[in-house]
Design a protein around this ligand. Structure first.
Ligand SMILES: [Zn+2]
Ligand SMILES: [Zn+2]
Length: 436
């Protein structure tokens, strides 16, 4: 039996011996859901668990992030096993916090339990591996609480609404060679890619006037917003199918009173596409429509790009490692999901290094909805902990041969190019076509 095969059996047994502990931990996190960049209790719990394993833990990374490393003492790549800390606001969820409305409706509590379960199995055998391991809990994946994020950005505490881009900015991933994460889901699969997106806030400013008496004295900001949306809708068939462009949003302010010509209107739009360049190009089209609407009615518009996530590109070599271990664990099949229209900030990481963003089974209901809950703890927590530990063994056993191969794969882009895109997606511009 090779080192790798023996160690994998050891990983399965080690997780098995802690199964109740892992389930209890997951449930504790489930019952203490916290929103992005406010995951204090969750971070403290993760930190305490890592300390129990004898690890030195760094905390307060990008406000609430946690990281602990362990080195084999032999050369090789540094592999990160990652979990996301945040819940999202779904007040009607079965396990929502009654005060904040936060709930683990995306199952991130399971990720943390898997990561900690894998850490407990791997730490005792690290000397039998090569290279090193980092166990990382990242804040704020959900891109929620925009108001709060903007306050944090304004006060200089962070630069981005997403925890992983913020980690990249702060250099937390600089010494990492590849990243592993398993997300809650209905089945064992891995997407080939995810859309990236740019979040936009658009404020139209016009002029108030009496809606019945002298509407011609006003400049209707709500009309500008409506026309902008109409023009964006009319552009849909100009986008190439291969770019998987999706544009969706809300009218967050449409005026104050029915009998007043609205002086202010606000849109929040999300522009998604399959490549960073396609997101950039779709944003340019959207901006033209917005400016066109302001110009037509002689108003003013401010377009603020609030950042976003880069598209995710899967690493076939890492997917193959995960597929092999899934088969070994329980004969499971890792299906290739193809492209997903949604987004994750794992996309940002995947632009810079090989990243695994696999899904596990064990959940029922719709993600982000009130009914997304664990239906099978074995599949939702235990299998994932075993698989993450086995994946790490695949990469770092036998002199880290596989890990070195994967670490040497070329990145999609360098950090400089990455930050150029981040700059475009956080820019802000004002256009004044005031007819007065
Ligand atoms: Zn989510
Ligand atoms: Zn999620």
């Amino acid at each position: 039996m090779s080192d790798s095969s023996r160690l994998k059996q050891q990983m399965i047994a080690a997780v098995e011996s802690r199964r109740q502990e892992i389930i209890d931990l997951a449930e504790k996190i489930l019952h203490n859901p916290e929103l992005g960049y406010r995951e204090e209790k969750t971070a403290a719990l993760v930190c305490a668990e890592l300390e129990k394993l004898g690890l030195t833990v760094r905390t307060g990374l990008a406000i609430t992030g946690v990281r602990a490393d362990i080195d084999s003492g032999k050369p090789g790549p540094r592999i990160a096993i990652m979990g996301e800390l945040d819940a999202l606001p779904v007040p009607s969820h079965t396990f929502a916090d009654p005060e904040t409305g936060a709930a683990h409706a995306c199952g991130h509590h399971a990720q943390l339990a898997m990561m900690l379960g894998a850490a407990a199995a791997l730490v005792p055998v690290v000397k039998e591996l090569s290279g090193s391991l980092a166990f990382i809990a990242v804040p704020a994946e959900e891109f929620q609480s925009l108001e709060y994020c903007r306050e944090l950005i304004a006060s200089g505490k962070i630069s981005y609404c997403g925890g992983k881009p913020e980690f990249i900015k702060q250099g937390v991933f600089d010494d990492i060679d590849a990243v592993l994460l398993i997300h809650a889901g209905h089945d064992t699969f891995t997407p080939e890619s995810f859309n990236g997106f740019c979040m936009k806030q658009i404020i139209f400013e016009g002029k108030a006037a009496h809606g019945g008496l002298r509407p011609w004295d006003g400049i209707n900001a709500a009309t500008m917003a409506r026309q902008a949306l109409n023009m964006i809708d009319s552009q849909r068939d100009t986008f190439d199918d291969k770019d998987s462009v999706r544009i969706h949003g809300i009218i967050s302010d449409g005026g104050n009173a029915v009998n007043v010509v609205p002086a202010r209107a606000e849109l929040e739009l999300q522009v998604r596409a399959k490549t960073p360049e396609a997101v950039k190009n779709a944003c340019a089209v959207v901006d033209r429509c917005i400016r066109g609407a302001a110009m037509a009615f002689g108003g003013k518009v401010t377009i603020t790009n609030l950042g976003g996530y880069m598209p995710y590109r899967s690493c076939p070599e890492l997917n193959a490692v995960h597929a092999e271990n899934l088969k070994l664990l329980n004969g499971g099949i890792l299906t290739n999901f193809g492209h997903r229209g949604s987004s994750t900030d794992m996309g940002d990481v995947s632009m810079l290094m090989p990243a695994l963003h696999a899904y596990c089974a064990g959940f029922s209901g719709s993600p982000h909805a009130r009914d997304f809950v664990v239906s099978d703890p074995e599949k939702a927590y235990i299998d994932g902990a075993k698989l993450l530990a086995m994946d790490a063994v695949s990469l770092l056993a036998d002199g880290a041969r596989k890990g070195k191969e994967i670490a040497a794969l070329p990145a999609v882009m360098d950090k400089e190019t990455y930050f150029k895109y981040k700059e475009i997606f956080t820019s802000s511009e004002e256009y004044n076509y005031d007819k007065a």
